[in-house]
Design a protein around this ligand. Structure first.
Ligand code: SAM
Length: 240
């Protein structure tokens, strides 16, 4: 899985992604991350990539030209990599995900869908957003991480890349854990416990110490259902 991120703040992605499980996946080459600085494609010597909105109003809007050129650069990098790896040239345009509060709200099933792609381009907006014309030209998926407004698309891009990377074979030590996690079957996961057996007078449920796999599985299924009913009954409605 190869991620290309078009951003004004590449350092945020470098700092945020090169740690823990995802950091190790990057080191092992299971995933790659290329942050492309949109400012490098500014069409003036001051590196300015935003301007006032036509029609007036507060804030600045990112101009279409530098965003388009950064996108072309990402496509060129993808083509070069394919050539190096003796793969066929791209048969269709790569998916371009624009992180926007106006998009469909991100769900685990979308992470699954994106994880089947070989290359993904993420477009991070800033300020008041990006000129609509370039969005119409290059974006294939508009995705939001929730009904609130952030200052930029970098954190949402990291949220998506994290969720997608966990589904890439080999990224998690134990592939089973991604299969049983919350949302996979529209259910929340059962509660988890580890040592010690007793913590401040609270004991680990006895069944988990029994060594009886059938009983443990049944208990986990019951707990998963109970937890979903208590915390996210809307997920159960969807299953009907
Ligand atoms: N003016 C825009 C609007 O009202 O829809 C909001 C722009 S926001 C301040 C700047 C950038 O942050 C957006 O272009 C987008 O990339 C990112 N962003 C903000 N909230 C987001 C969210 N909930 N999900 C995904 N991206 C978000």
């Amino acid at each position: 899985m190869n991620f290309y991120v078009l951003t004004l703040f590449p350092q945020m992605l470098e700092d945020g992604m090169r740690v823990s499980v995802i950091g190790r996946a990057l080191e092992k080459g299971l995933i790659t991350l290329t942050a492309i600085n949109i400012r490098d494609f500014a069409r003036n010597k001051h590196g300015k990539v935003d301007d006032y909105p036509y029609g007036g109003g507060a804030g600045m809007v990112m101009q279409p030209g530098p965003v388009y050129d950064a996108y072309l650069h990402a496509v060129k990098l993808i083509e070069e990599r394919r050539k190096e790896q003796n793969l066929k040239p791209l048969s269709k345009k790569p998916r371009v995900i624009y992180l926007t509060p106006q998009g469909s709200v991100f769900k685990q099933k979308m992470a699954q869908d994106f994880s089947y792609e070989e290359d993904l381009i993420f477009l991070c907006g800033h300020y008041e957003g990006i000129d609509e014309r370039v969005l119409e030209m290059i974006v294939t998926d508009n995705i939001s991480i929730g009904d609130y407004v952030l200052t930029g698309g970098e954190m949402p891009a990291m949220v998506l890349m994290d969720a997608i990377s966990r589904l890439v074979p080999g990224v998690l030590n134990n592939d089973i854990s991604a299969e049983t996690e919350s949302f996979t079957e529209d259910l929340l996961e059962y509660p988890q416990y580890t040592r010690p057996v007793v913590f401040m007078d609270k004991e680990v449920p006895e069944v988990l110490l029994s060594g009886h796999h059938g009983k443990v599985d049944r208990w986990r299924q019951e707990q998963s259902l109970k937890r979903t009913m208590e915390r996210r009954p809307d997920l159960l409605e969807k299953k009907k």
